[in-house]
Design a protein around this ligand. Structure first.
Ligand code: SF4
Ligand code: SF4
Length: 91
């Protein structure tokens, strides 16, 4: 029978000191990830304003989420007026 790791043995996750998010990707926590249907997106930027992790950006004129930092909270999908963001399993 395998023994579960105690909290002192587990890998550090989260922000343990200033700028530690550069080494520890907080997006590792997520279970679901946002996927945008770019044909439906009207570029209103509502998702950008509401994302608590400030990880939605425009790339090549398309809304995209930086999955290194997205925690999969689904707030962007909730506030999108045309419902073009679907949450899918991250792994
Ligand atoms: S799921 Fe949450 S953290 Fe990820 S992009 Fe949407 S609002 Fe931001
Ligand atoms: S809220 Fe929806 S429609 Fe608006 S920019 Fe984001 S993905 Fe596009």
């Amino acid at each position: 029978m395998s023994r579960l790791k105690g909290w002192k043995e587990m890998r550090k996750a989260g922000l343990v000191e200033p700028a530690s998010s550069l080494a520890v990707k907080t997006g590792d926590w997520k279970v679901f990830k946002p996927v945008v249907d770019h044909k439906k997106c009207i570029k209103c930027f509502r998702c950008v304003v509401f994302c608590p992790d400030l990880c939605i950006e425009m790339k090549n004129e398309k809304i995209t989420s930086n999955l290194d930092y997205c925690k999969g909270c689904a707030l962007c999908a909730k506030v999108c007026p045309v419902k073009c963001i679907k949450m899918e399993k991250a792994r």
